[in-house]
Ligand binder design. Structure first.
Ligand code: HSE
Length: 446
């Protein structure tokens, strides 16, 4: 036996033992020998705080101290690392800050907390000389934080685009496969347990925005700026647009995008058309995937389970191993929380949506009469918006036999969003445009 493996195991306290907590406990138990060989010493959960003591005991057995009061875990001098698995911005924030103040290292899967309060939390940890690790907060089991922070450290990262919410990807996959509308698929997803009883954060894009905010901070070395993110979910997507997109060679995905732009950083979540031939367009069901483009490496892709008990535990434990390896190192020699040293962060700003440059899918319900197409394309030409493709459906197909209305679908080339907004307002006021124009952004990801 070597010197390190004879060291006393590092002691871990879990705050919460739900899906991820129980996965963490089970995987640590199952793989303890291998994990010890990697970490240099054992890693043991010795204390758990849980609301339901009986349920907690049924998971961890008798050898682990189980308490209701999370503060008792933080106060225990034997505990080296506190794992926060409560979620949300409320009590979780207080407990994380208290754990840091008590000199504990922290592992958390709480994307909401870090995306909103990360600056305060990382500053407190820096002052105290403790680590805060959060691999599980983004894309569940995919080691994307590690890849961005360490594996790609040579690069000037240019852009990241990710499917980072499994619930919405499942819903979109079902809508496309079965031609169903959003509300029907959401109900089905809830019945199958793919969507929460209150799915608001997922379907409105908030969860994905938390995650892309964290990736953006790490990729570009800027403070977390969730409040500047553009957040749009999938609730307004019509089955019809998924079908038209498919006819044009695209799939619609909810993407979290962050990109280095001329005057700052783009930070946005919204449904996007993605060319069907891209790997990202073929990520189906509840799976997650992230594409990162670095100047040296080119385009890289990370794919895997974005949620679930053991996939997320895989990331929590990776953080536990990292902390175990590094906790005795001088704080200045550890990997910085957000990849860049705290005194070397940039002051890059998030650019307003009107300054974002991308391409667009537009669907206009128009009167099927002479000159309408010319009117619409003429107006776009005057605005300097270049058209990439046009699809016009037969009126009968759109509105039934004898219909006098049809759908005009236009794909544009890259355009400044503000220019497109203004042109859309003009198009909308044409008497021949009969319904609100549908606009979905399009990312070629080339
Ligand atoms: N609710 C998230 C999802 C998983 O659907 O991907 C946790 O972030």
């Amino acid at each position: 036996m070597n010197a390190t493996s004879s060291m006393k195991p590092i002691q871990v306290g879990l705050l919460g033992i739900g899906t991820v907590g129980s996965g963490t406990f089970n995987v640590l138990q199952r793989n303890q020998e291998e994990i010890k060989r990697r970490a240099g010493r054992g890693i043991e959960v010795t204390m758990v705080a849980a609301r339901n003591l009986e349920r907690a005991r049924s998971i961890v057995g008798d050898g682990v101290q189980v308490v209701v009061d999370a503060r008792a875990v933080i106060a225990n001098p034997e505990i080296d690392i506190v794992v926060e698995l409560i979620g949300g911005y409320g009590i979780a924030k207080e407990l994380v800050l208290e754990a840091i103040a008590a000199g504990k290292h922290v592992v958390t899967a709480n994307k909401a907390l870090l995306a909103v309060h990360g600056t305060e939390i990382f500053a407190a940890a820096q002052t105290k000389g403790v680590m805060v690790a959060f691999e599980a907060a983004v894309a569940g089991g995919i080691p994307i934080i590690k890849a961005l922070r360490e594996g790609l450290t040579a690069n000037s990262i240019q852009w990241i685009a990710g499917i980072i919410n499994g619930t919405t990807n499942f819903i979109l996959s079902e809508m496309r496969d079965k031609g169903l509308d959003f509300a029907t698929v959401l109900q089905e997803a809830q019945r199958l347990g793919y969507a929460e009883a209150d799915p608001t954060f997922d379907i409105e894009g908030v969860d994905a925005a938390h995650k892309v905010t964290l990736m953006s901070a790490i990729a570009f070395g800027m403070p977390v700026q969730f409040d500047r993110a553009h957040v749009e979910g999938i609730t307004k997507l019509a089955a019809q647009d998924i079908k038209y997109a498919e006819q044009l060679g695209y799939r619609i995905k909810l993407l979290g995008i962050t990109r280095r732009a001329k005057d700052g950083i783009e930070l946005r979540v919204h449904p996007s058309l993605v060319p069907a031939k891209r790997l990202l367009a073929n990520v189906e069901g509840a799976m997650n995937a992230v594409v990162v483009h670095g100047d040296a490496v080119g385009t890289t892709l990370y794919y895997g389970k974005g949620a679930g008990s053991e996939p997320t535990a895989s990331s929590v434990i990776a953080d536990l191993v990292d902390i175990t390896r590094l906790h005795s190192a001088d704080a200045a020699h550890r990997v910085p929380y957000l990849a860049f040293h705290p005194n070397a962060m940039s002051d890059l700003v998030v650019v307003p949506m009107r300054e974002v440059v991308t391409s667009y899918y537009l669907r206009l319900r128009v009167a099927d009469e002479a000159g309408v197409l010319a009117q619409v394309t003429g107006l776009l030409a005057t605005a300097g918006i270049s058209i990439d493709a046009v699809l016009q459906r037969e009126a009968d197909e759109v509105g039934g036999e004898g219909s006098t209305q049809t759908d005009l679908i236009i794909l544009t080339h890259n355009t400044r969003e503000g220019t497109l907004d203004d042109a859309m307002a003009q198009l909308q006021s044409l008497p021949t445009v009969l319904a609100p124009i549908v606009r979905i952004r399009k990312e070629e990801l080339a």
